[in-house]
Design a protein around this ligand. Structure first.
Ligand code: ATP
Ligand code: MG
Length: 364
């Protein structure tokens, strides 16, 4: 996948911009608050269908303005594409190759990107929900049907929790009332559990090679999926969920909430056998998240035959020279868009785009 252009009008702090990218490494260079992260956010918008910073359209709209637009031009291995998004304060319009599409899902899946954002370091030190969130987005990019299982699960969980809350309050007394939801939960949880495990197995394979290379063979990464249920296959996993749910139904009724299921799972990322959550240094956290993100790109390649565009926000600070050089050496077959405050990359093979107030100028 090769991003050619990013265009924005009255988006965030950008009045208007039209930035061209080349293959390999592109550096977005400028001082603090010039809009570098905003540009990455605008590009990634087309991969997720929303802001990765959790911003709504009103926040993306430039202060005091009424409408904004975002657009990208890119090529995949088959053809060129354009995607455009317009928000005029009320209506949202989406276009693929100039043709209006109605739903977000109609424009998702064309443009694939992986983003590294400093807050993603929470993936290591933060709580389990940060790691589950990473996993859910990554697995859905790898196997799009994951979205459906995941949203089915969420609905089941909501209904089951409602019922358990009623039980807790004595509105229902027979735990058998939950059986239909136990069944549905076991079925959907098993699917998700298996897909996550499969994904992590692949991810670990790639991430461990990357981590070894990035650290000059000093660090070995292992990834473990932590769950109440570890089945041999989907059928066995479903059976085990069913057992665990029926065995613990009394406890859950007392708690008024679902105590078991994939919404409680976690990932243990170990560096040289030690949990990174407790023992990784700042540089190690950064390089581990980077290895995971690069591995996410490899998983995407394994399922679609195409590398996503790598958007790396302020990634090189805190990395020593060897780790930096290693990251940059990956840009020969993949496209990188890297933001930084000053141009500290000495590679010949790059495109530097310098930010000025509200606009970006390109240097080759
Ligand atoms: P840094 O190097 O510090 O990370 P940056 O270049 O990545 O800076 P951005 O995070 O892209 O900076 O933000 C640039 C500016 O955009 C910020 O000052 C922010 O207040 C401003 N901004 C964010 N949303 C809007 C908006 N809706 N309208 C106008 N300005 C906005
Ligand atoms: Mg920034």
């Amino acid at each position: 996948m090769n991003l050619k252009k990013f265009q924005a009008v009255k988006y965030r702090n950008i009045e208007e911009c039209d930035i061209s990218f080349s293959n390999g490494i592109n550096v977005l260079c400028g001082s603090n608050a010039q809009g570098k992260t905003n540009v990455l956010e605008g590009i990634y918008f087309f991969s997720r269908g929303k802001s990765f910073r959790g911003a709504g359209d009103k926040e993306l709209l430039k202060f005091g303005e009424e409408a904004f637009s975002l657009g990208i031009e890119f090529e995949d291995k088959r053809r060129s594409h354009t995607l455009k998004y317009i928000f005029d304060g009320k209506e949202r319009k989406r276009y693929h190759n100039g043709v209006k599409e109605n739903k977000v899902s109609d424009v998702l899946g064309y443009f694939k990107a992986v983003i590294f954002y400093p807050e993603h370091l929470q993936l290591i030190k933060g709580g389990p929900s940060e790691r589950r969130n990473f996993l859910d987005v990554a697995v859905a990019q790898w196997r799009p049907e994951y979205y459906k299982y995941y949203s089915d699960y969420k609905k089941v969980l909501e209904n089951r929790n409602f019922l358990l809350k009623c039980m807790q309050r004595g509105m229902y007394t027979d735990p058998a009332e939950t059986e239909v939801w136990n069944e549905a939960m076991a079925r959907t949880a098993a699917k998700i559990n298996i897909m996550r495990r499969e994904y992590l197995e692949g991810l670990e394979k790639y991430a461990s090679v990357l981590q070894r290379d990035i650290s000059g063979k000093r660090e070995n990464i292992e990834i473990y999926y932590i769950s109440d249920v570890d089945g041999e296959n989907e059928e066995d996993t479903e059976k085990k969920y069913r057992e665990i749910l029926s065995e613990n139904i009394k406890r859950e009724c007392e708690a008024g909430v679902s105590l078991f299921g994939i919404h409680r799972d976690d990932i243990d990322i170990r560096i040289n056998g030690k949990s990174s959550r407790y023992f990784a240094s700042q540089g190690q956290q950064r390089s581990t998240v980077l290895s995971l993100k690069m591995a996410e790109g490899e998983m995407c390649f394994s399922s679609s035959g195409e590398y996503p565009v790598f958007l790396l926000d302020d990634v090189l600070s805190e990395l020593d020279e060897r780790r930096r050089d290693y990251i940059l050496s990956l840009g020969s077959e993949k496209q990188f868009i890297i933001t930084m405050c000053e141009d500290c990359i000495h590679s010949q093979n790059k495109n530097v785009i310098t930010a000025e107030m509200g606009s970006f100028r390109e240097y080759r």
